[in-house]
Design a protein around this ligand. Structure first.
Ligand code: ADP
Ligand code: ZN
Ligand code: ZN
Length: 767
């Protein structure tokens, strides 16, 4: 008898484990680790995922009471190592096991059991993206005489199904798991014919004239050193980690490409994660031009159908290199040799819904499970990774750092200077552009070169502020500072999306809601205003391209804007954070930062690190070609170590002050941090639930060295969409079981109806 261990897809903490079922004779060949099945569970059927199969009866269970699996719903999406990883995620990130399994499932697959009224029947809802398959399968002439072997039950079922005529392959696989293997076997015997008319969705095309697509003649010595370290790590087959610490433009991407090439030659595949924001056509183009159709792309801007196609190419073994956002980590790639995480310091590697995993940590675990190497690359590595390399290892893996301090060829690091904006203001200058930045822009226009201007908009930029009392109007439903949009003169809440015409807020007289002053003015600027002023100040033949959330909303607009910038002979690209990374245009000679300070003023322990990263990254867009580059940073806080480190090209200035602060405050990378977030419509319920959790946590950590429970307090955004938000911070020693402690605590605390709790282990920010 065969048994399957199945985790029911019920997202309840109390059911966060797997249950044993019997595999009925008829389904024996179809139930494997990773299959989606239908199983009986407390008097109804539920969807579940198979985490293990065994011929041994489960221990301590009355066999007479073990129920059989009812149906098989989908073919395997992961293997044993995947199941192990899911179990680890559930433990580490304190989430129900069924939620930890979700990232592994085929994109677009939503299978669940639902009933429409309390007493109504349960119905199975199947939404699966199949391939847009124009592949049809039909019986060949003379198939009648073929008799499948006795144990080839799937072949028999396929033949049965085709008796009434041809079927689309997608349909066949959806109703008959394992059909594709059976079809191939039958095809080899000439019993069925497959007519291939498959159309693939999502083949992004690019016309960007990227010099980067060309293979360099030889690697620099820094690149060779990094490549050698990666090769060693891959051949060690033990989950070793290599941090490629290379200045911007030092050729990290070339190192990844070379490392993948040699992995492929050894029969190994690779997964490459890049931040969502830099999943630009330019980046993808570099991988496609080197590896062609071996590349599959997975990210959230693709439709579910497109993602399914790409995922399926990986599962079939056709695609051997997966490039994508953090979820690409779970792609069903066999014989994994390398996992590469580019810009590993990026916040987008932390998922902000359950399972709240960090891709770096999951990748390190995956590398150990599969015996492959993990490569982390950045010009501004996270403090976590730097510290682990200094220690020589972490969590049982070896961590080494490969430094690439120079750019290849004649490209030099740009000259960086900072303009003190308080002085500009004192001398009566009211323009967005300081005198030095303006004259540098004019120089670019005269020499027919290109410039990039960054408008730092994370944080509180671009709001309306009372010039007399400093009050900033907030959304009455969320405690978010309203942002001011110049076109249309509207105030918009970025939490709930509500907007008001400026004149109607807070009342028609447009007075300060706090002191009644009439001097309510826009503070901070938007990209539109920068664009408008540039058009006025610069000669008409300088192309101005604006790239922000508004101008890139439509599909493909990101690419067409970059193509416009690329094609122009002299141009300025104005944009938000999204332009800081990944762009590689050799003609860019000037980078300007309009306002460096907004992120520095965020009340979060990573504020300085994020500001440093952003400035260093955007500075790196200058001088990538033969011509020297210049960077001008406008700031009200010019002496801050994060800014001085960029100006002087001395990261240690920033690291020294920041590491000292973190060590003293007991923050990562010297401790672990979890954010327990509680929210709901009733402020009273939220408050009492949060108090209960904090009390329970304190009981558990009392007397344990290095543990600390802070709060509860209101979140920085104390209301969002009319829901009150409070939180508790838990600090724990580096190698502690933070996740299990949170899970066991939540098992004891009842959460009232209408209140939600999120456990964010290794929280990236605490806002
Ligand atoms: P990074 O990823 O570190 O920012 P890239 O890989 O994008 O750097 O490389 C920056 C530029 O240098 C690209 O235009 C790339 O084609 C070029 N480049 C990289 N390696 C070499 C090399 N060994 N010789 C010459 N040019 C190189
Ligand atoms: Zn006021
Ligand atoms: Zn709002």
């Amino acid at each position: 008898m065969r048994f399957a261990s199945v985790v029911p897809d019920i997202p309840a903490r109390a059911l966060g484990r797997s249950f044993d079922y019997l595999v009925p004779e008829g389904l024996a060949g179809q139930i494997e680790v990773g299959s989606t099945v239908l199983v009986p569970f407390s008097h109804r059927d539920v969807v579940g995922y198979v985490l293990a199969v065994s011929d041994e009866p489960p221990e301590g269970v009355d066999l007479a009471r073990v129920l059989p699996v009812a149906r098989v719903l989908a073919a395997p999406a992961f293997d044993e190592a995947g199941a192990d990883l899911a179990r680890w995620m559930a433990r580490e990130y304190a989430c129900p096991l069924s939620e930890a399994v979700r990232p592994f499932l085929a994109p677009g697959q939503t299978l669940h059991v639902r009933r429409d009224s309390p007493d109504g029947p349960w119905v199975l809802v199947c939404e699966k993206s199949g391939p847009v398959d124009e592949r049809w399968v039909r019986l060949a002439e003379g198939a009648e005489g073929f008799v499948p072997r006795a144990n080839a039950s799937r072949q028999r079922m396929v033949i049965e199904a085709l008796r009434d005529g041809a079927l689309r392959m997608a349909e066949l696989s959806a109703t008959l798991p394992g059909a594709s293997a059976a079809v191939s076997a039958l095809e080899r015997r000439g019993v069925v014919l497959v007519e291939e008319r498959r159309r693939l969705r999502a083949a992004e095309q690019t016309t960007l004239s990227s010099a980067a697509a060309v293979r360099p003649e030889r690697l620099t010595s820094g690149q060779q050193g990094a490549l050698a370290a990666i090769e060693r790590a891959r051949k060690a087959r033990s989950g070793d980690v290599v941090l490629v610490d290379g200045v911007t433009g030092s050729g990290k991407t070339e190192v990844y490409l070379a490392a993948i090439e040699s992995a492929l030659a050894a029969g190994k595949g690779a997964i490459v994660l890049v931040p969502e924001i830099s999943l630009t056509p330019q980046t993808l183009g570099r991988f496609r031009s080197r590896f062609g159709d071996l590349v599959a792309v997975l990210h959230s801007r693709l439709s579910a159908g497109e993602r399914f196609d790409q995922w399926d190419l990986v599962r079939q073994g056709v695609a051997r290199v997966v490039v994508g956002a953090r979820s690409a980590l779970f792609a069903p790639l066999l014989d994994l040799g390398l996992v590469i995480i580019d810009e590993e310091h990026e916040s987008s590697y932390k998922q902000d819904s359950s399972p709240r995993y960090h891709a770096r940590e999951v990748a390190a675990r995956l590398a150990r499970l599969r015996g492959c190497a993990l490569v982390l690359g950045s010009a501004t590595p996270s403090l976590e990774s730097l510290l682990r390399c200094d220690l020589g290892g972490f969590g049982g893996s070896r961590w080494t750092r490969a430094v690439m301090p120079e750019r290849p060829g004649k490209a030099l690091l740009p000259r960086v200077s900072v303009v003190d904006m308080t002085q500009q203001f004192a001398t009566g200058r009211r323009s967005l552009f300081s005198a030095p930045l303006m004259s540098a822009l004019e120089g670019v226009a005269q020499r027919r070169e290109k410039a990039v201007l960054l408008l730092n908009r994370r944080g509180f930029a671009n709001f309306l502020m009372c010039r007399e009392c400093g009050c900033v109007p907030e959304c009455p439903h969320c405690s978010t500072a309203l942002t001011y949009h110049e076109r249309g003169h509207a105030l918009v809440c970025h939490s709930c999306g509500r907007s008001w015409p400026q004149r109607a807020f807070p009342d028609p007289s447009t007075r300060c809601p706090n002191c009644g002053s009439r001097y309510l003015g826009a503070y901070g600027v938007g990209t539109q205003r920068v664009e408008d002023e540039l058009r006025m100040l610069l000669p008409a033949d300088v192309e101005v391209v604006r790239m922000d959330a508004d101008s890139t909303r439509a599909k493909g607009s990101h690419q067409s804007l970059l193509e416009r910038f690329d094609a122009a002979d002299c141009a300025v690209l104005v944009g938000t954070q999204m332009i800081a990374k990944g762009l590689d245009f050799p003609e860019v000679t000037l980078v300007g930062v309009i306002n460096a300070d907004t992120t520095l003023k965020l009340p979060d322990f990573r504020a300085a690190e994020r500001s440093f990263d952003l400035l260093e990254q955007v500075a790196g867009r200058a001088g990538r070609g033969g011509r020297a580059g210049e960077v001008i940073i406008q700031s009200y806080w010019a002496s801050h170590p994060a800014i001085q480190a960029v100006v002087q090209h001395r990261r240690e200035l920033f690291l020294e002050s920041e590491l000292a602060d973190r060590r003293e405050g007991g923050y990562p990378p010297f401790a672990r941090l979890a954010n327990v977030l509680v929210w709901g419509r009733s402020a009273t319920d939220v408050r009492s639930c949060c108090d209960d959790i904090a009390r329970e946590l304190r009981v558990r950590v009392e007397g344990h060295d290095g543990w600390e429970v802070l709060g509860p307090t209101d979140c920085l955004k104390a209301r969002v969409k009319d829901r009150a938000r409070r939180h508790i911070l838990v600090k724990a020693p580096m190698e502690s079981d933070l996740g299990p402690l949170l899970s066991s605590c939540m098992a004891e605390v009842p959460v009232p109806r209408g209140v939600s709790v999120a456990l964010d282990v290794d929280a990236f920010d605490t806002m």
